[in-house]
Design a protein around this ligand. Structure first.
Ligand SMILES: [Zn+2]
Length: 78
């Protein structure tokens, strides 16, 4: 699984929406990737803040912005 795939699954992971197989692959990547592990930590905090503001699932638009931010962050570090 590539980093960008992991990032795209992060909100589903935090909502417990992944299949057991996806979750295994996700956790396997997270265990070996410092960047994704750090990003997952940030996303977890962000989701907690957002869920405090509105009891709604994360809007797809916000998820897309997070993915775009991650892409920029990743390319800036290569
Ligand atoms: Zn990664």
């Amino acid at each position: 699984m590539r980093c960008i795939e992991v990032v795209e699954l992060m909100t589903d992971y935090l909502e417990g929406a992944l299949s057991p197989r996806e979750r295994d692959r996700f956790e396997e990547h997270i265990a070996g990737c410092d960047g994704c592990r750090a990003y997952l930590g940030q996303l977890r905090v962000a989701l907690r803040v957002m869920s405090g503001l509105a009891a709604e699932p994360v809007p797809a638009r916000i998820q897309e912005e997070l993915v775009a931010a991650f892409r920029n962050w990743k390319s800036g570090n290569v």
